[in-house]
Ligand binder design. Structure first.
Ligand code: SF4
Length: 340
């Protein structure tokens, strides 16, 4: 049965579903889960409030019928949730889903775990790494996990042949911008795509300020001065990162410029929280609870709810961020609650 693809009010199709499987993480990155907020008194979601794998599978199934082809597993840190392989193999079996990826800090990614995730059907990995030296990295992640630990996770993943491994570095001025070139030098020629992410005002806890943003233009210029680059065409409409390749054949980098060059016009991403709420923007202030449709309705009810939510969507936060002094009545959802 073919269903009408979900198209929002800005003519953007629903293509990507990011699924947060937990709000917990073993890191306390200052741009996402700063320790002063996410401390020992912070009340994380009790397991009973998390969607079951079967419920996540039903949401993904409905989303696939509306046009979703890509699913990304996120958190918090997804690897802190047990038995992810079960969920991955369930999603793998859904008609229409052609791409399953995961964003992780790789600190828990042993060789065996990488193998079992790959065998379950996980195709691509995005690994967060924000510096090459321990002093800076520990200042960013705030939990004393070393660069070596994450590099070991990346090597374990490389040994089991994921389709791609991308490295995500969030760049914040006067925190880790001095690591831009060391990161570029390290991943140059490795075949892994290093992506730089402009520091964003996600959630309400990271004390974001525009003056702390190193723009994509500045990042590209910094690298180009040592490792000459040229821009490359996007792989597809809605690709988040701007692509650059090294003139010397040393591979590719990407830059995600939500602040200096917003890309809302092609945004085809929806986000599902671990509690079953759908968010139509990373900077949303409201989530839409799918549990009533999931628990009292049938597949038509879930699909109908998703379609109605997406068709009513008009989000373009990043395009409005600097144009107007947008005063937020309601706090934005935390990135750790819906994944990046
Ligand atoms: S700000 Fe919202 S609408 Fe714009 S690209 Fe990000 S998630 Fe999409």
């Amino acid at each position: 049965m073919n269903y009408t693809p979900a198209i929002d009010r800005l003519e953007r199709p629903l293509r990507d579903l990011r699924v947060s499987v937990t709000d917990r993480c073993n890191f306390r990155c200052v741009y996402c889960m700063p320790k002063d907020v996410f401390n020992k008194d912070y009340r994380f979601l009790p397991r009973a409030q998390l969607l079951s794998f079967e419920e996540i599978e039903r949401v993904v199934h409905a989303a696939a019928e509306l046009g979703v082809t890509k699913v990304r597993l996120t958190g918090g840190e997804p690897l802190v949730r047990r038995d992810l392989e079960v969920l991955i193999s369930q999603i793998r079996a859904i008609p229409g889903i052609s791409d399953i990826s995961m964003t992780t800090n790789a600190s828990l990614l042993t060789r065996d775990r990488a193998r079992s995730l790959r065998d379950a059907g996980l195709q691509r990995l995005n690994v967060s790494l924000d510096a090459m030296d321990d002093e800076t990295f520990m200042r960013v992640n705030d939990v004393d996990v070393s660069v070596r630990t994450v590099l070991d996770g990346i090597e374990n993943a490389a040994m089991v042949n994921f389709d791609s491994i991308k490295i995500n570095m969030v760049v914040k001025k006067d925190l880790n911008d001095h690591s831009i070139l060391p990161m570029a030098r390290f991943f140059h020629g490795t075949g892994h795509i290093l992506r730089f992410i402009e520091f964003m005002d996600v959630g309400n806890s990271n004390a974001w300020d525009l003056s702390q943003v190193i723009t994509s233009g500045q990042i590209a210029a910094m690298i180009n001065a040592e490792l000459p680059l040229r821009p490359v065409e996007a792989n597809y409409r809605g690709e988040v990162a701007k692509r650059w390749e090294y003139l010397d054949g040393g591979g590719e980098i990407g830059i995600i410029s939500s602040v200096s060059e917003p890309f809302c016009g092609d945004c085809s991403r929806a986000r599902l929280s671990a509690t079953g709420s759908l968010y139509t923007c990373l900077f949303a202030t409201v989530g839409h609870d799918l549990r009533p449709a999931l628990r009292e309705g049938d597949a038509d009810a879930v699909r109908g709810k998703l379609q109605a939510l997406w068709n009513a969507r008009a989000d373009r936060y990043s395009e409005t961020r600097t144009q107007t002094a947008v005063v937020h009545i309601r706090p934005k959802v935390e990135m750790s609650f819906i994944g990046g």
